[in-house]
Design a protein around this ligand. Structure first.
Ligand code: MF3
Ligand code: CO
Length: 248
């Protein structure tokens, strides 16, 4: 069931989205060689607490941590642990919170110290994929326009998009009934209408699009072990265009 949001519900989603974005920013600033990913997880939860929010991921289908941290060839859903970030790693952070019953969900990929030129380009293109797809969002546009913006920018740069995972509707649950793929055809798919709220989450691979789920049941890795980047924003379709709910 598609759940359209009123203006006041959109404000509640913005409050949650902003907290998620603030946590993402502060945790990203703590990404440095030598830091354990579990330390970042604890830092994230302390920031959520201060903001009167809780993790949207902890316990979700049994997920054991508060945020997701995926390094290098890991695409999404990496579980924080005692392993240390190394210089040159690319670190994808995914932060979800619940504030007053509404969900915020945001992600970004960040360099740990100096990274290779290849890695830097991947991070830049992933951000551009997200920006281009957000720019497509407005009443009467189609979900295929949003999806195609991600795919075309990624493929024009020699990258591939992950097809096994998509973005999703967001509201009073983390995942509502709207799929936001990272590939598609312009002019096809669901027609966007005012009050739709969803997360766009490009997962961009340097090599093949195929992914595998690890033995922990969570960590998604590229099949060819090449680098991957993940960025995510929550948006609302509003009169005349788009409202980014995970802005700072
Ligand atoms: N941003 C991801 C999503 O929308 C995060 C889910 S992680 C999980 O699905 F642990 F909650 F599953
Ligand atoms: Co999401």
């Amino acid at each position: 069931m598609l759940i359209l949001k009123s203006a006041s519900e959109i404000e509640c989603l913005r409050a949650a989205g902003r907290i998620a974005a603030e946590v993402l920013k502060k945790v990203s600033e703590a990404v440095k060689p030598g830091v354990k990913t579990s330390e970042l997880d604890r830092f994230a939860v302390s920031l959520m607490e201060k903001a009167g929010a809780v993790s949207a991921f902890k316990g979700y289908r049994g997920y054991p941590a508060n945020i997701c941290i995926s390094l290098n060839e890991e695409v999404v859903h990496g579980i924080p642990s005692a392993r240390k970030i190394k210089k040159g790693d690319i670190v994808s952070l995914d932060v979800g919170v619940i504030k007053d019953g509404f969900f915020g969900d945001v992600a970004g990929s960040f360099p740990a110290g100096a990274v290779s030129r290849e890695a830097e380009m991947l991070l830049r293109v992933a951000r551009e994929c997200l920006a281009d797809s957000i720019a497509q969002v407005k009443p009467d546009a189609r979900m295929g326009d949003v999806a195609y913006a991600v795919q075309s920018k990624a493929e024009a740069n020699g990258y591939s998009v992950v097809r096994d995972f998509t973005g999703h509707g967001i509201g009073r649950s983390l995942h509502e009934d709207l799929q936001v793929p990272n590939y598609g055809k312009p002019g096809t798919g669901v027609r966007l209408v005012e009050g739709m709220t969803f997360c766009i989450e490009p997962m961009i691979n340097a090599g093949v699009s195929n992914v595998v789920v690890g033995d922990d049941g969570w960590t998604v890795t590229t099949k060819d072990k090449k680098l991957s980047a993940h960025v995510e924003a929550a948006v609302a379709v509003v009169k005349g265009g788009v409202d980014v709910l995970t802005a700072l």
